[in-house]
Design a protein around this ligand. Structure first.
Ligand code: ADP
Ligand code: MG
Length: 245
């Protein structure tokens, strides 16, 4: 039986046009892959090769200039290039979570509330959402005395763990991870890897940019290497076969 696909990306390209400079900047060129649920694809490549841009195209944050991206949502595949804002918001509520490299800190909002928020958005009661957020923060080694504080004063590693907790709390079927462990020490990296593996085991599909080889090798089933500034087609290391949409 064919595996159930979570993401289908076909010939995705993104060129930024800097109007004020009259420059076109090709960031992603001709990337194709398909990813089943329960598997992880690592996006590799040097700095500036378009990894974050590609992941943002999978989140509907960045509109590809060419190609197509489909994500399997609650009612079947959603074409992110054609989808309107409502469909994108719906996908983000129920299907896709994105863990960015840096936590966007909002003054006065506590770590516990930041992590509980995605569950409350999905309709869970505030107390239960906060209880689960506390469990998640405990798992990620955040001391309880920090729960009620806004992460503004937290260390880089603490912020990153709050960010991971917020991204994983609702157990989304599709996880997009953009260097989620870059500022973590070894023990906390291992905890994060275990959480990513648990997500895979539950059936989540993961597309990850992993700063660390250890983390990548521990989590990823395949990798896709984006070429350095020379914008040839993406070189495939061991990625699943490309799809024709
Ligand atoms: P990576 O994550 O691999 O380091 P990025 O995807 O962040 O690379 O960036 C790829 C290229 O696209 C870079 O040259 C970067 O400057 C450019 N870029 C990214 N986002 C934008 C944007 N919003 N506007 C213009 N150029 C951008
Ligand atoms: Mg990046």
């Amino acid at each position: 039986m064919e595996p159930i696909l979570a993401i289908k990306a076909a010939n995705v390209s993104k060129t930024f046009v800097l109007h004020n400079l009259g420059t076109r900047l090709p960031a992603v060129e001709d990337v194709s892959f398909s990813l089943p649920f329960g598997k992880c694809l690592a996006i590799d490549g040097p700095s500036g090769s378009g990894k974050s841009t590609l992941v943002r195209c999978l989140y509907g944050n960045c509109l590809p200039t060419a190609g197509s991206v489909s994500v399997f949502g609650e009612n079947g595949f959603v074409d992110l290039v054609a989808a309107g804002p409502r469909e994108i918001m719906e996908l983000r509520k129920n299907t896709i979570s994105h863990v960015s490299q840096f936590l966007r800190v909002i003054p006065r909002i506590s770590a516990l509330d930041i992590v509980a928020h995605p569950l409350i958005e999905k309709g869970l009661g505030k107390n239960e959402a906060r209880r689960r957020a506390g469990t998640m923060l405990h798992e990620l080694n955040i001391p309880e005395r920090l729960f009620d504080l806004p992460p503004l004063t937290f260390s880089g590693g603490e912020r990153q763990r709050v960010n991971i907790a917020r991204g994983l709390i609702k157990e989304s079927p599709v996880l997009l991870l953009d260097e989620p462990t870059a500022s973590l020490d070894a023990p906390n990296k291992r905890i994060a890897v275990d959480l990513f593996l648990a997500a895979k085991k539950r059936g989540s599909a993961i597309v990850g940019i992993f700063h660390d080889r250890d983390v990548r090798d521990g989590v990823a089933d395949w990798s896709l290497e984006l070429p350095s500034k020379a914008f040839g087609p993406a070189k495939r290391n061991s990625s699943p076969p490309a799809v024709t949409l």
